[in-house]
Design a protein around this ligand. Structure first.
Ligand SMILES: Nc1nc2c(c(=O)[nH]1)N[C@H]1C(S)=C(S)[C@@H](COP(=O)(O)OP(=O)(O)OC[C@H]3O[C@@H](n4cnc5c(=O)[nH]c(N)nc54)[C@H](O)[C@@H]3O)O[C@H]1N2
Ligand SMILES: Nc1nc2c(c(=O)[nH]1)N[C@H]1C(S)=C(S)[C@@H](COP(=O)(O)OP(=O)(O)OC[C@H]3O[C@@H](n4cnc5c(=O)[nH]c(N)nc54)[C@H](O)[C@@H]3O)O[C@H]1N2
Ligand code: SF4
Ligand SMILES: [Mo]
Length: 581
């Protein structure tokens, strides 16, 4: 019998292919999955899912839940309904509910809790966000991991970089930092200055690719002048980098194929767009675009070259500082905003002022706790879908591999609502085929999104004049403060708030706290009490709390990045206080 094939639905760079054999999930050997999955998928079945719908705390049947949902919606004016969809499942059919809610006249969201600031910086410079895929990183000679933690968040890159020189720029001494040929334990948000100084010294050392710049980025001399406005010694002292390290990096990458692999870590700040754009500019000075094995890899657009078959025209409000209180009914799908949105205390208060909160998800969490109506979703194993990735060009088909009694799929829920309210909707197959039509088989069983480049920007950039647009001004983002930097990186035990969540705050030993002691961490937005774990991989000016830790977002602000409508989880500094009984 042919094995059934699907793919991991999680919001992750890798988008692994999976075969389902005798009730077990196995990694595909072909393509980017390379025969292994990460702990999330290896232990997927262990996590208890919600089995039965509930209304006001009482278990009800799925039929009754759908009737309640339709009634709640009918009794709300469309303009009083908010559809808030997160990225708990990253596949394309998840958006079918946008179609119902947009057609009904409800409000949808815009902006991002994730990568928006960095993406805005990329688009300003290059005119588009075309990624350097994994297959190109594999061809490079030197890889710079800049605010990316591959062992935790993107492990399928690791087998591809075994024989390469590795440089790591990260305030936390991660596993990849420990293996690196060169590691720079930079002060958080010091990356803007570092990138500018890299460009400056590259120019001084005559390392710029002038032939390339004369064609694709002619304003480079002006940009070099801008980099000269940064004071070298004071800035390097402040961000914890030495001149020698800058020289060593430039030496290591000289005349090499270089991949700069960035993660979201660099851009969780108000000026995240400028930071990413300064890193891009350094890559341009090196002439890294449009060449095999060279470039900048970030979170590319997983939707590039794929149009949506769904109606998505709607009023939108930001998902960063959503004022839930402005709505009577809030429908939350694939998200846990009470934990993962910034400024949790504000979120809780605002959402408590709505009449109806509907939660459509897999797991119990802070959001299911306060919801009036809970509708369990079917997991990816029991529904058909299709997905793409933000780090490679594959399209993965996700066939239903097993039946399940519990839960309902996004398509079935949306079709029920469309039928109830007389809104037109096509068949599930129609939409699946719509997406699959964007794929082309490039090897036996391996499908790519049609029309995507493996090597992007070969003909120059997608700006109006085809040239890279350098920054022409900036404000220093370095501020002296006796408060700590908050680092909120991803945990290897959880996928944001799914699975096993962390419960501690991590501190450098020199701060004088003891293992397991409770401390109060506070910011301008709120506070949280957590047990201490000592970790000397951290700088002594940093407090690390992993994404998904309960109460973490009490500390973060719901301000947006200057560009990109993105949350900025590391903008606000924090204080530490000993806990007194
Ligand atoms: N196991 C696991 N995997 C995941 C996720 C998860 O929760 N768990 N989440 C998924 C999602 S939604 C996303 S968006 C991706 C994100 O994956 P990554 O892009 O790897 O993101 P982070 O772990 O947030 O941060 C990456 C690194 O940035 C560093 N960093 C923090 N601040 C700074 C800074 O100011 N400068 C520099 N240079 N580095 C800094 C952190 O220490 C960390 O090592 O991962 C996905 N994969
Ligand atoms: N402090 C801090 N906060 C952060 C971050 C950080 O680094 N630091 N990271 C941010 C980032 S990058 C992201 S992407 C967001 C993620 O934040 P969210 O989008 O809220 O994602 P999750 O925490 O993974 O919660 C997703 C929920 O989706 C549900 N779900 C899973 N699969 C399905 C499905 O098939 N159907 C339906 N209907 N539901 C499903 C599960 O019940 C799960 O609870 O968090 C952001 N918040
Ligand atoms: S590495 Fe990412 S895509 Fe692969 S199984 Fe783990 S979470 Fe899923
Ligand atoms: Mo994310």
């Amino acid at each position: 019998m042919k094995n059934k094939i699907t793919a991991c639905p999680l919001d992750c760079y890798d988008a692994c292919g999976i075969s389902y054999v005798d009730g077990k999930l196995k990694a595909l050997k072909v393509g980017h999955t390379q025969g292994f999955l990460c702990p999330h998928m290896n232990h997927y079945a262990k996590h208890e899912t919600i089995q039965t719908p509930r209304y006001k705390g009482k278990e009800i049947s799925m039929e009754a839940a759908l009737i309640h949902l339709a009634q709640i919606l009918r009794e709300s004016n469309p303009s009083e309904i908010l559809h808030y969809r997160g990225s708990g499942n990253f596949a394309l059919m998840q958006e079918v509910s946008d179609h119902f809610f947009a057609s009904y006249g409800a409000t949808l969201t815009e902006g991002t809790l994730c990568d928006g600031a960095g993406e805005a910086g990329i688009i300003e410079g290059r005119g588009s966000n075309k990624n350097m895929p994994l297959s190109e990183i594999a061809k490079s000679e030197v890889v710079i991991f800049w605010g990316r933690n591959p062992h935790t968040t993107s492990s399928h890159i690791l087998p591809l970089i075994k024989d390469k020189k590795i440089i790591v720029i990260d305030p936390v001494k991660t596993k990849i930092a420990k293996m690196a040929d060169l590691y720079m334990q930079i002060q958080p948000r010091g990356d803007f200055s570092l990138a500018m100084l890299f460009s400056r010294f590259l120019h001084i050392n005559h390392g710029c690719d002038i032939e390339y710049l004369d064609k694709h980025a002619t304003e480079y001399e002006e940009f070099y002048e801008l980099t000269q406005t940064i004071r070298i010694k004071a800035t390097l002292d402040e961000i914890g980098i030495s001149l020698g390290q800058i020289g060593d990096v430039l030496e290591l990458i000289k005349d090499k194929k270089v991949a700069i692999v960035c993660g979201v870590g660099i851009q969780k700040y108000r000026d995240g767009a400028d930071i990413m754009r300064a890193i891009d500019a350094f890559a341009v000075m090196l002439g890294l675009f449009g060449k095999e094995g060279c470039g900048v890899s970030y979170l590319g657009s997983s939707r590039e070259h794929i149009s949506s078959p769904f109606n998505k025209k709607a009023n939108r409000v930001s998902k960063v500082n959503t004022e839930f209180a402005n709505f009577k009914t809030v429908f939350i799908q694939g998200a846990n905003p009470l934990s993962q949105m910034p400024d949790s205390l504000r979120v809780k208060k605002s959402i408590s002022q709505t009449a109806n909160v509907v939660y459509f998800g897999l797991y119990e969490n802070e959001t299911s706790e306060i919801a009036d109506l809970i509708i369990p979703a079917k997991s990816f194993l029991s529904k058909d879908d299709v997905r793409t990735s933000y780090s490679h060009n594959s399209m993965m088909f996700m066939d239903k591999v097993t039946e399940s009694e519990a839960g309902i799929s996004e398509y079935d829920l949306s079709a029920y609502l469309c039928n109830y309210f007389n809104i037109s909707i096509e068949s599930e197959e129609f939409y699946l085929n719509h997406f699959k039509n964007f794929a082309v088989e490039i090897d036996d069983g391996i499908w790519h999104v049609k029309g995507r480049d493996e090597v992007s920007y070969q003909e120059g950039f997608d700006t109006n004049d085809g040239e890279f647009l350098f920054l022409d001004e900036f404000e220093s983002n370095l501020e002296k403060s006796d408060m700590f930097h908050l680092i909120t990186m991803k945990s290897d035990t959880s996928l944001n708030s799914q699975f096993k969540r962390q419960e501690s705050v991590y501190l450098n030993n020199s701060l004088g706290f003891k293992e397991d002691e409770v401390v109060i961490i506070s910011s301008a937005n709120g506070s949280v009490e957590l047990k201490v774990k000592i970790n000397d991989d951290l700088r002594d000016d940093c407090v690390l709390i992993f994404s998904g830790t309960k109460g973490l977002n009490n500390l973060t602000s719901s301000k947006h990045s200057y560009e990109g409508k993105s949350a900025i989880y590391q903008e606000d500094r924090v204080k530490l206080l000993k806990y007194k009984e």
